[in-house]
Design a protein around this ligand. Sequence first.
Ligand code: MGD
Ligand code: MGD
Ligand code: SF4
Ligand code: MO
Length: 766
Amino acid sequence: MGIDHDMTRTAFRTCPLCEAGCGLEITVKGGQVTRIRGDQADVFSKGFICPKGSTLKQLHDDPDRLRRPLVKRDGVHVEVEWHEAWAVIADRLPEIIGRHGREAVAVYMGNPSAHSLSAMLYNRSLLQALGTRRRFSASTVDQAPRQVAAGYVFGTAVSVPVPDLDHTDFLVILGANPYASNGSLCTAPDFPGRIEAIQARGGTVVVADPRRSRTAEQADHWLPIIPGTDPLLLAAMVTTLAEEGLIAVGDHVTPWLQGLDEVVAACASFTPESVAAATGLSPADIRMVARGLAAAPSGSVYGRIGTTTAGFGDTSHGVSGFGTTTSWLIDVVNTLTGNLDRRGGAMFTTPVAGGATTRGKPGSGKGFSTGRGATVARGLPEVMGEYPAAAMAEEITDAGDEGIKVLITVAGNPVLSTPHSRQLDVALAQLEFMVSVDMYLNETTRHADVVLPPPSQLQRDHYDLLLLQFAVRNVANYSDPVLPRDEGQPDEWEILAKLGLVAAGLGPDAEPSLADDMGIQALVQSAVADQRSPLHGREAGEILSLLGSEPGPARMIDFMLQTGPFGAGFGAAPEGASLQRLRANPHGVDYGPLQPRLPEILRTPSGRIELNHPVLMADLARLQAAAAAHAAQAGGERGLLLVGRRHLRSNNSWMHNIEVLVKGKARCTLQVHPDDAARLGLVDGGAAEVRSRVGAVVAPVEVTDAVRPGVVSLPHGWGHDLPGTRLRVAAERAGVNSNVLADHLAIDPLSGTSVLNGIPVAVAAV
Ligand SMILES: Nc1nc2c(c(=O)[nH]1)N[C@H]1C(S)=C(S)[C@@H](COP(=O)(O)OP(=O)(O)OC[C@H]3O[C@@H](n4cnc5c(=O)[nH]c(N)nc54)[C@H](O)[C@@H]3O)O[C@H]1N2
Ligand SMILES: Nc1nc2c(c(=O)[nH]1)N[C@H]1C(S)=C(S)[C@@H](COP(=O)(O)OP(=O)(O)OC[C@H]3O[C@@H](n4cnc5c(=O)[nH]c(N)nc54)[C@H](O)[C@@H]3O)O[C@H]1N2
Ligand code: SF4
Ligand SMILES: [Mo]
């Protein structure tokens, strides 16, 4: 790209900061971004933008954002040239692998790697080159339960139904606050506007949340549920539907459905009356939601963080996670009310590129399973190719000869985002070697021997490969880089691919583009040989020449677009999806509203919706036992339960170094209900110590009736006061790390996902 000194140009780019994927209109003058606003012509977001979107400029300009690699010398990080950084890695990594074996290396992939096209495509090459099973990611402090439930019931871990927001008449939101988060596992720019549109067309919105969130405030009904009890609420709704004769599955689902009666029977012990005390909800309210869903022309239950990461059980003996079972019960309720796979209900996206639900044989498949390997220290099973993030620290410190010796982090900050953070912080200091691919020197990367920074968000291309698989419309949008890369700066895909080659011993000058060429050749060759591929029988050489010779994500995404369900098929359907078509349409291409996909969506071995999958049925028994233990808990004294929350101007543990986002009132406060504050002698603006089984923090108190009594709330992602970081703005408003309180032993056994909400705590004034 040339240097455009005076020229003003406008670029269009999808915002990569959260799952909403808003279109941005970016004005560039003299090589500088002068303005970012919502792209009115974007086919999906239509001009919507949140306060974070326009800060891509501040992020790019942030002087603390790393522009050159760092190498730790005598405990201090110093900037080096790229070849020096690679030389250090080439010197150390293959040698350690030679000494301890591949399993001595662990990888942690953080959340932004789901928002980086490079990382989505090339993390795989890194993992393949490393050949380790010790893979960890933010999934097990997030959405893994939702995916595991979908895997068992529908056949793949991405067969996740999404609420058909734009057509639904009755939306039930459990444990999500899209007014702050802009939605998750439901890609919908301007989620708030879409909620208000439901109400404007006469529909109803119900929110269950222990906090009166902004979303709860907007809702027609707020159910101030006690944390962790959503599965009880859902099971009682199943019973209500059965008792009142409201089950109406629908002819479009019945032929494919398995185990309905069995599931209903297994829920029978959960009635609105039997769960009232535990959930804190009246039987009338529980029945109201079940009846409302059944009576509405269409409806959908949608659950997020508060359902996947909540704990439940006897609070004095330690709660446990039920995220997978909760996610499954959401599918059960949607199915029983006839809302599965119908307009306005819970539907499946047809991803334009890279969808696992559009590959293979339609209608059945090998299904979903877990347990290919287990962690050394605790024997926790593999789930979706990963181990629980909560086990990372102990795999370093408590696994003897088999301990992790090397950690590679990509776009992650587990020292702030994962449970029992203090333990992980200590463990990372014991590694033999650590490499981080990251743009900041933060709480995690300060432990790295080498930090490799990717180009800024404005300096690379983008396609929301993962998040468009959960979109409320079938859309596609590709963005070219807005700004050129700095001199000598490799693209993020080159860093990831090269890291794999260097780890494999190919030396500091290994050429990632060669590996990429081989990768695309292999893809094309297997496609032309595959009977189910639209390229079957074509000439591999012809396809490769049509793809061109420029390596990197763009070529790969072109292949995925052209071979996808709307694809151009390399000339077979000239108007179809391709990179060229998307480049010609910088505001995106809309492939329309979600369409019913049963039965072709299914990839279960039976070719059916395995609603009564034995793993899930067995977990219902565990839920029953937990409910009994909870009810029997001595004296009914349960103490306080801690939940998290998000703020529109924050993004997990990062973006706190951007002044315009963090200025103003301190956000990392402990919210306490006035009744609890009075009882505990806490005053607004005072300080409180919050103590859990594993740790304690002191946080400023905010007294507010926006949390229900018995519940306190502290946001995650704060605690920027650790030495050795380079986050000058963030350090001034450090806040405290709520994950010091999260218990690494409290997990959902089906998905390995941590309990981050509903943590039993004691709170005292200090
Ligand atoms: N208590 C509690 N804990 C939680 C949660 C909660 O609700 N409560 N939420 C959980 C959830 S949902 C998530 S997703 C996790 C997030 O946990 P993580 O993924 O571990 O952490 P992030 O805060 O997203 O950190 C992102 C890191 O990536 C870097 N980065 C940003 N963009 C890029 C990029 O494009 N490339 C590269 N290479 N690096 C980049 C940033 O500098 C930062 O270091 O936190 C989880 N932790
Ligand atoms: N501004 C901003 N946007 C973000 C992020 C961010 O950090 N900041 N993070 C992004 C990421 S990685 C993700 S995964 C998504 C998450 O998106 P959401 O799931 O919408 O996340 P939250 O806003 O934390 O909303 C979770 C809600 O669950 C409630 N809750 C807690 N425990 C329970 C419970 O047991 N039951 C019920 N019913 N509710 C409960 C909390 O009070 C909170 O209001 O947001 C994404 N978007
Ligand atoms: S809602 Fe998400 S995608 Fe849209 S502008 Fe804000 S951060 Fe970016
Ligand atoms: Mo997340």
